[in-house]
Design a protein around this ligand. Structure first.
Ligand code: TMP
Ligand code: ASP
Length: 235
């Protein structure tokens, strides 16, 4: 597949057009940011590891009835994906309290939540990705009521599937962020699912295996990604 023009560069990935107008190449970088890019760094080979981890998870979700943008893995850092129009909403599910839930609501880190929290944030760095509710999303025209209902339905299914997937690897899925897009009239899962976008704690020990090692200067950052990669791919 021929790589053509760069059409988007985000904090962790770059998108290129291809000779097929329906398909893009998603390239994973080593760059890491946190707290809306107030903190910046690079994690050696993160792009390679996240491409591998994301594609494994997308394949698993796809084989369990979740429509995703993944077409195929092209190289170490590149996957071929369907060209979607991204819904500019970051969708978060929390199973246990961590991160901004503790900062903003005083919840104790690690607290098991009575039920998963479905959270929506406006995907807009200029406004610091503010928290929003269903009415904001629909009233501001970011998604229709029907699209939002589909996003919610898919997100809860993905949470159930991913909790099971990681538990089999002795990892607890604490929380994660998803992005969805429109493709030929359907809502499909896009972006990535990796230790950048999930909180992953080892069962029993509570060892952090995700980007919190970078966010909170916990050390051995690359090793966290390597450990997840090893468990996810079996290599
Ligand atoms: P938070 O606790 O910082 O709000 O993060 C919740 C989850 O969402 C966590 O797994 C990390 C992920 N996340 C992203 O993937 N991108 C982001 O920009 C933010 C803020 C969080
Ligand atoms: N990726 C986000 C940023 O820089 C935040 C995060 O993942 O914590 O801003």
């Amino acid at each position: 597949m021929e790589k053509k023009d760069k059409i988007y560069e985000g904090k962790a990935k770059i998108l290129y057009t291809t000779s097929d107008p329906d398909l893009l190449i998603q390239y994973f970088k080593d760059d890491a940011t946190a707290f809306n890019a107030k903190k910046k760094g690079t994690i050696d080979e993160k792009g390679i590891m996240n491409n591998s981890i994301s594609s494994k998870i997308f394949e698993y979700l796809g084989s369990n009835g979740i429509p995703t943008h993944l077409v195929k893995v092209l190289s170490e850092r590149e996957m071929l994906v369907k060209r979607v129009t991204i819904v500019p909403v970051e969708v978060i599910i929390r199973n246990r309290a961590a991160g901004s839930l503790c900062r903003n609501y005083g919840a104790q880190e690690g607290k098991t939540l009575a039920r998963p929290i479905f959270e929506l944030c406006y995907k807009n760095d200029a406004f610091n990705d503010p928290l929003m509710n269903d009415d904001h999303v629909v009233a501001l025209g970011l998604a229709t009521e029907k699209e939002l209902a589909r996003i919610k339905e898919l997100t809860h299914k993905i949470n159930d599937l991913m909790k099971k997937f990681f538990l089999a690897l002795n990892i607890e899925l604490i929380d994660f962020k998803l992005e969805f897009g429109r493709y030929k009239g359907e809502i499909i899962l896009a972006d990535e699912i990796s230790p950048d976008t999930c909180r992953l704690w080892e069962v029993g020990t509570g060892v952090r295996l995700d980007k919190d090692r970078f966010r909170n200067d916990l050390g051995n950052i690359k090793e966290g990604y390597q450990e997840v990669l090893k468990r996810v791919t079996g290599k």
